[in-house]
Design a binder for this molecule. Structure first.
Ligand code: 3PG
Ligand code: MG
Length: 401
């Protein structure tokens, strides 16, 4: 289990100091990259940014946006994020630099006064970031006196601005990282029962460690999405052209046996929507899982399955949800996913949404504030719930006991 007793920004003196804060401003943009379609990752870092401003720190924000693969990509510049952050902070104008290291950046930082905020250009414009290059990490570290990691969505990455930099600066957690870890840990260690895991998405292989780790904690597991095809195949159903991970069939069989032994109720789809392709025009119909044609593929859970899942989840006091129930990007295959989102939003239970696409769906449907908690980290929250280490957290200073 992860060490949780990490120092946070509240445990150190920050007034008058240059504080480099790694944030995750990897936010969704429209196709032309002119409009921010969801700013919740910016909003989520405000407690840390405002705390630092109030304490009189000189705040140097650093983030990635997208996957530019070590080159400058105009559409992935952070200027648009800086503008939004300036709007949100009101009187604080956020300076955005044209690079994240170098003499220009140093000059801009020298001009900062206590309480000012500056945003460095997309850190992934440098290939050294993802290589966790030591000299690059050192060049970044030279910009500041202290380092804060508040990029929960990226703490599973061993990158220079997440891990390498902590060799050169005192490094502590931001308030978002602290909160995410606390909520997720509480869910794992102290859930109100019955506790359900609602797991979907593309691949069993992405979810193996989570499924293994939560199996002895949950009372029921409900599985949808493409990954259900592998489980159905493991139970010898014909799944047609659905995506099956042949090398995970043994794991699937063992998982279901372990669930039975642990007394965990295991719900798979009993009916599914099948289609002849993955487009809005594809012909689709709902069939029982015994009747899947070899020429069709599963694209969503069926109506009876939705009812079964609803009935099971209504009995639960804690629900963790990660992964869509079908190919939700195509509206006609989004019914199962949307039904689950609406149900969770209506329940008087602790509902925690893993980040990534599940969070995006809930936010897009306007239901985020009806959930107990929506994580800002997809890969990171899955890794945490799978009891695997988060390098960006491990690297931070331990609390003195
Ligand atoms: C995310 O959106 O998953 C995080 O910002 C991490 O981004 P990455 O998956 O490109 O490393
Ligand atoms: Mg990702």
């Amino acid at each position: 289990m992860l060490k949780m007793n990490k120092m946070t920004v509240r445990d150190i003196e920050v007034g008058g100091k240059r504080v480099l804060v790694r944030v995750d401003f990897n936010i969704p943009l429209d196709k032309e990259a002119r409009i921010i379609t969801d700013d919740s990752r910016i909003q989520a870092t405000l407690p840390t940014i405002k705390y630092l401003i109030d304490q009189g720190a000189r705040v140097i924000l650093c983030s990635h946006l997208g996957r530019p693969r070590g080159e400058v990509v105009e559409k992935l510049r952070l200027a648009i994020v800086g503008q939004r952050l300036s709007q949100i902070l009101g009187h604080h104008d956020v300076v955005v630099t044209r690079d994240c290291i170098g003499s220009e950046v140093k000059k801009a930082i020298e001009k900062l006064r206590d309480g000012d905020v500056l945003l460095l250009e997309n850190i992934r414009f440098h290939p050294e970031e993802e290589e966790n290059d030591a000299s690059f990490a050192q060049a970044l570290a030279q910009l500041a006196d202290l380092y804060v990691n508040d990029a929960f969505g990226a703490v599973h990455r061993t990158h220079a601005s997440i891990v390498g930099i902590t060799d050169y600066l005192p490094a502590v957690a931001g308030l978002l990282v602290e909160r995410e870890l606390k909520v997720l840990k509480d869910i794992l260690t102290n859930p109100a029962h019955p506790f359900a895991g609602l797991i979907g998405g593309a691949k069993v292989s992405d979810k193996i460690s989570v499924l293994e780790n939560i199996l002895d904690k949950v009372d029921c597991l409900l599985i949808g999405g493409d990954m259900a095809s592998t489980l159905l195949k493991a139970k010898s159903y014909e799944v047609g052209l659905s995506v099956v991970e042949e090398d995970k069939l043994d794991f699937a069989v063992k998982l279901m046996e372990d669930a039975a032994r642990e007394g965990v109720r295991f719900l798979l789809p009993v009916d599914v929507v099948v289609a002849d392709g993955l487009s809005a025009e594809a012909k689709a119909k709902t069939v029982a899982i015994e009747n899947i044609s070899p020429h069709l593929r599963i694209v969503d859970i069926g109506r009876q399955t939705i009812r079964n899942f609803q009935e099971e989840l209504r009995r639960c006091k804690t629900i963790f949800w990660n992964g869509p129930m079908g190919i939700y990007e195509i509206p006609q295959f989004a019914q199962g996913t949307q039904a689950m989102a609406r149900l969770l939003a209506s329940l008087d239970a602790t509902t925690a949404i893993g980040g990534g696409s599940t969070a995006e769906i809930v936010i897009e449907m306007g239901l985020a504030d009806k959930m107990t908690f929506v994580s800002t980290g997809g890969g990171a929250s899955l890794r945490f719930l799978g009891s695997r280490t988060l390098p960006g957290v491990e690297a931070l200073l331990d609390k003195r006991s």
